[in-house]
Every structure is written in structure tokens, then in C-alpha cells.
Design a binder for this molecule. Sequence first.
Ligand code: E4P
Length: 218
Amino acid sequence: MKFFIDTANLNQIREANDLGVLDGVTTNPSLMAKENIKGEANIKQHYVDICNIVKGDVSAEVISTDYEGMIREGKELAALHPQIVVKVPATKDGIKAIKYFSDNKIRTNCTLVFSVGQALLAAKAGATYVSPFIGRLDDVSTDGVELIRQIVDVYNYYEYETKVLAASIRHTMHIVQCLEAGADVATCPLSAILGLLNHPLTDIGLQKFLEDYKKVNG
Ligand code: E4P
């Protein structure tokens, strides 16, 4: 399973990248706003800056909700850098735009996916990635990880090439559950990635090893 970081914060992207296990980045308009990135030129430059930090795919989301606007924006975003993947919502115009981009060799991430039906249309339109939002489903008492499992099963059975990118991950157990469910990618906040390392027995064990070393070596 690949690891993407879900942020537009350059310091966090650098920190995750320095671990050596980062495969890409996802952003969305809320994450860009959180970093106070505003204005078309600054937003585009920010995507390029992210691409210059990591080696993998970087999702950049369209703001337009109509087909023509999505196509114009998506072409501009894709032209910024070869690592850019155009993020398009799972709407009627979005699916049409994904089909256009797929026919024109522009890679896409179909976002705001909350059902197998949306994932099916994204795959049929040729999306590179589909992003089911598991945390937001959990927030409304629906099992988000179960949706990952269902989409993985359907894609495997029908041999769709679209990759399942588990999004809206809130904690380390989500990452482990997505791994078990067969997700191709998990996009996570830095805290959840680093949280995978937390174990008291590791800390206690390391402390004991160092104490024993000091007893003999001074
Ligand atoms: C990533 O592609 C999504 O935009 C993101 O994971 C959404 O996460 P949230 O539900 O925590 O906002």
C-alpha cells in the first residue's frame, strides 16, 4: 500500500518525505485555505513547490463545478508539472470530465466518493484514483472501511484499473484497517503516519538497551 500525505503544509510534507516512505500528496481547497494560500498564481506555484519536494503523485483539485470549467482548470493544473493528478468531484459533470481527461491522457483522482455506485462510475470513466472518504462516513455512523473493502472487491472482480485511495483518514487504526481491506493508497495526516510508530514497549525496550549498554561501557 502506498502512503500519501494529506496536507498542503510544506513543512509537514518535507517531514514525511524525509522519512523515506512517502509516495505522494493529496490536497483539497480546504487544506490550501488552511495554509492561507490564495490567488490563482500562488495556488499554482504552491502545487509546483509540493511537486519539487516529493517524487510521487500530487493531487490538485478543480474548483469549477461545471464540465467546461473543470476541463479548462484541469488542463491548466496538469500542465503545471508531470506529477500533478487532477482531482475532480464525483458529480455528473465530474464523471464527464474524468472521461475527457482519461481520453486525453490526463490523470485524475475522483474525490468525495461515499458509495460503491460513485466508485463504479469513476472507474468506468477511467479515473486513475478513486477517493472514498472513510472518516466522514464514520462521522455519520457508517462504516468507512467497509466501503473500501467493497470497492476493492468490485474493482478486483471486474478488473478495473482505477486505484483505491483511502481518504479522510483520521487515525492510525484507519491506516491498518485500509491495509487489511486492500486499499492501493492511504492518504493520511502526518500525525497518523507518525502514530504508527508509537508503542510503549518500543520506548521501554530502547531505554533498557541503552541503560544496559551504559552499565558496561560507562
Ligand atoms: C483527500 O483527498 C481528502 O480531501 C481528505 O482526505 C479529506 O479529509 P477530511 O475528511 O479529514 O477533511
